[in-house]
Structures are given as structure tokens and as C-alpha cells.
Design a binder for this molecule. Structure first.
Ligand SMILES: Nc1nc2c(c(=O)[nH]1)N[C@H]1C(S)=C(S)[C@@H](COP(=O)(O)OP(=O)(O)OC[C@H]3O[C@@H](n4cnc5c(N)ncnc54)[C@H](O)[C@@H]3O)O[C@H]1N2
Ligand code: MOO
Length: 393
């Protein structure tokens, strides 16, 4: 079987995965989720011309006064009477300007003696310290496009736009299955032959940044029937993710177990390093991703396939990790016949690849804050050469 290029594999994975239904949730529960529809403003912001400062509302053409201070405007007032010529109104930040006023004299620049007011400094142009009606956004304006992620700034915008609830993609459920006779749960004793299972906690940590619900189904031994029944039990999830047992050894049983459980495999073996044995398919309505067991391979394939899949299902417009380019600080060897995703960190002088690129080197992986993408067949690279990087979450 020839190796499938990463972009083709990602496209095939998404083709297996229709987006989830949408639901309307209170705005406070929408953080991190993706809008299911364009969001338009239900109101003008500001609703009318407002003062940006504490001071006096005046007619700018009358500066530097004197004015007679008559009315007052505070935030929360409306329907103010016309400001007669020659008069000023005391005003506070966020309060509406009385009709006729067109500038704010800030109180630091005002001299007041009883109800007599004069401007003590600088010319006062019309519009000074005024936030004009709808200058932030107007009613019916498009605030946020479908597929946008709702972070803190987007939530503020939606609320000011008049929305108390928003339509978003549902949260997918992700079931994690760790395969391997050698695995024990985190923190358990490790007699000879055993090691702690780190993949599920690592994947749960990666998924914690996304709106999804993670179920850890624990460790399954390298046994065809045990794996097949574990996969079958996991079918209530939207996505099943296994780690380990994905390669070609006699104990690598995930693929036959998936087929035994009734799954239809769509692809296996990707033109990437690490991560070659990655596989994907469907079992009923559930998507299946079989990640390699090596912790670094599982980390990289999760970054390039699992996280984008969760974003896609939840309605994201941009599901893939962003890429940029940056200069290298240290040299790189030529790549082989697979795309390399090298673990690296962003130093002051450029990108530094971590010392060990072995797919079991977790100490080196933990120093990385980005991946360098080096396409298959790239020649050696020297310090100063620009490379494509993917920042890590
Ligand atoms: N003859 C070949 N051998 C291998 C090939 C190949 O093409 N031909 N591919 C290699 C590549 S590339 C990878 S990647 C690995 C992946 O193998 P598996 O997915 O079958 O993973 P395992 O053999 O089950 O485990 C590999 C390694 O990772 C450790 N492991 C597994 N699960 C966990 C876990 N939950 N937590 C921590 N560590 C885990 C496991 O003990 C092994 O050391 O295959 C190559 N072989
Ligand atoms: O493709 Mo594997 O993940 O190199 O060790």
C-alpha cells in the first residue's frame, strides 16, 4: 500500500465526517465554540451619540465660552431636551449628548464658577470626545461569520450586538482507547515489562482546549476479541481514537479488530514522519482514528488529524493548525520520502529543532513549542533558511 499524502488524508477524513447538529446555547456557555450561522447586530452600538469623557456637553462653535451650565446627562438617561445656544450640560462618560451639543469639554480643561463655564485650553473641534451613534457597528451589520470561533472578544461583540444566546455546533464526544499489553494506568507500579500509559492523558490534554467531551475507555490488551469488543462498546461516541497497535507487527491488531467490530477502513499509512501507521474509517455513524503508539507519533498525528477533526465537526471554518514561516537557527538534514514534522522551539535567533527526533523521545518533545514542516525530498537546510512552522497549542 503506497503512503497517502497528509493533505489528501485530511480531506478524506473530513469527507467521512458530516458536521454535527447545531444547538442554541446561552452566550456564557458558548466560549470556544464555533458559530453555526452568521451573526448580525440587533442594535446600534452606541445606540446614540455618547460622551467618551466626564465634562460638559457644548456646541463646539461656541468655544471657549462662556456658557451657562443648565442640565445634566448621566449614563442611563434618554430623551434629553435640546441644549439651548449659550448653554452647557454637565455630562459623564457613557451618557448621551443632548440634541444640539456636538463636543465634550473635559472637566480638566474647564473653569467653572457657579453656573458659569469657560474652556481653559486648546481649540474644541466638533466631535471631540464624542462616540457617534453606530460608530462601533450598526443594526443589521454582520458581526461574526458562521464558522468563527467565539473567544472573549467575540463574546463581548455578540452580547453588545444584542444576543443572549447563539447558535453553535454541538460538542463531539471523543472516546480514547489505549492498546498494549505493556501499559499500566498513570501512577501505577511498573514491574519489568510494563510502562505507564501516557497517550490518553496527553490526548485529553490536547482536547481540553476544544469544545468536546472526552471519555477515557482505559487500556485494552493486544487481543483481537478484547479490542473488537472495546471498539464496539465505544460506538456511542462521535469519534473513537485508539493509540498503539497500528503498525505491522504480530501484536498490532487494531486494524483487524476494527474490521472485526464491523468498521470500514478508509485509509492506513500516511506519508509523514512521525505518524506513518495512522489509520481512519467509520464504524456505523462513529468516526475512527487509529493513532500510532509512540507518544511523539500520537502527539503529531493528533495535532494534524484529531484536533482538526474535532474543530470540523463542531463547525469551524478554519480547522487546521495555522502555518507561518520563520528562519532556522540551526541546520537540518535532508528529509527522506515522507514529510517530516520536526519538534522545535522558537529561539531568539530563529527556530531550533530539538535534539532527538525519535518518535519515542518525550523529553525532547516536551521542550518543543512548534513543529517544523519539511516536505519529503527537501535538501539540507542551513541557519537563516526559512522553514514552515506550526505553533503548538
Ligand atoms: N517493520 C515495521 N515496524 C514498524 C513500522 C513499519 O513500518 N514497519 N512502523 C514504525 C512506526 S513509524 C511506528 S510510529 C510504530 C508505531 O507502532 P504501533 O502503532 O503499532 O505502536 P505500538 O507498537 O503499540 O507501540 C509503539 C511504542 O509506543 C509505546 N506505547 C504504545 N502505547 C502507549 C501509551 N498509551 N503510552 C505510552 N507509550 C505507549 C509502546 O510501548 C511502544 O514502545 O511502529 C514502528 N514499527
Ligand atoms: O511514523 Mo513513526 O511515527 O516514525 O515512529
Amino acid at each position: 500500500m503506497s503512503l497517502l499524502p497528509v493533505a489528501q488524508a485530511q480531506a478524506r477524513l473530513f469527507a467521512l465526517a458530516p458536521r454535527l447538529a447545531t444547538e442554541t446555547v446561552p452566550i456564557t456557555a458558548a466560549v470556544g465554540r464555533w458559530l453555526a450561522q452568521d451573526l448580525a447586530a440587533l442594535r446600534n452600538q452606541p445606540w446614540t451619540d455618547l460622551s467618551a469623557m466626564d465634562g460638559y456637553a457644548v456646541r463646539a462653535a461656541e468655544a471657549p465660552g462662556p456658557w451657562r451650565v443648565t442640565g445634566e446627562s448621566a449614563a442611563g438617561t434618554a430623551n434629553l431636551p435640546l441644549l439651548p445656544p449659550g448653554e452647557a450640560s454637565r455630562i459623564f462618560t457613557g451618557a448621551p449628548l443632548p440634541p444640539g451639543a456636538d463636543a465634550i469639554l473635559i472637566q480638566e480643561n474647564a473653569a467653572r464658577d457657579g453656573d458659569r463655564l469657560t474652556a481653559s485650553a486648546d481649540p474644541l473641534p466638533a466631535g471631540r470626545h464624542v462616540r457617534s451613534a453606530a460608530s462601533d457597528f450598526a443594526q443589521d451589520a454582520l458581526l461574526l461569520e458562521a464558522g468563527s470561533r467565539l473567544g472573549p472578544a467575540q463574546i463581548a461583540l455578540a452580547v453588545l450586538g444584542g444576543h443572549g444566546a447563539v447558535p453553535v455546533g454541538e460538542r463531539p464526544t471523543v472516546a480514547l482507547l489505549s492498546t498494549g499489553n505493556e501499559l499500566v494506568p498513570p501512577g501505577a507500579p511498573t514491574p519489568p515489562g510494563f510502562l505507564p500509559s501516557s497517550n490518553a492523558p496527553m490526548l485529553a490534554a490536547l482536547l481540553a482546549a476544544l469544545p468536546c467531551d472526552v471519555i477515557d475507555l482505559g487500556i485494552v490488551p493486544d487481543d483481537l476479541d478484547a479490542m473488537a469488543s472495546a471498539l464496539d462498546r465505544a460506538r456511542t461516541a462521535d469519534i473513537i481514537v485508539s493509540t498503539g497497535g497500528a503498525s505491522v507487527g504480530d501484536h498490532d491488531l487494531v486494524r483487524p479488530a476494527f474490521i472485526k467490530a464491523g468498521g470500514a477502513l478508509d485509509f492506513w499509512k500516511i506519508k509523514m514522519r512521525p505518524g506513518k501507521p495512522l489509520m481512519a474509517g467509520r464504524i456505523g455513524d462513529t468516526l475512527f482514528l487509529g493513532l500510532p503508539g509512540n507518544p511523539v507519533s500520537a502527539f503529531v498525528t493528533a495535532t494534524l488529524f484529531l484536533l482538526p477533526l474535532v474543530r470540523h465537526l463542531g463547525g469551524a471554518r478554519d480547522p487546521f493548525p495555522p502555518m507561518s514561516d520563520a528562519p532556522l537557527a540551526s541546520p537540518l538534514p535532508a528529509t527522506g520520502d515522507r514529510d517530516d514534522y520536526l519538534r522545535a522551539w522558537r529561539g531568539q535567533d530563529g527556530i531550533v529543532s530539538v535534539t532527538s527526533q525519535d518518535s519515542a523521545a518525550t523529553a525532547a518533545m516536551a521542550k518543543a513549542d512548534c513543529l517544523i514542516l519539511r516536505p519529503a525530498g527537501s535538501p539540507p537546510a542551513a541557519p537563516g533558511d526559512r522553514v514552515v512552522i506550526l505553533p503548538l497549542p
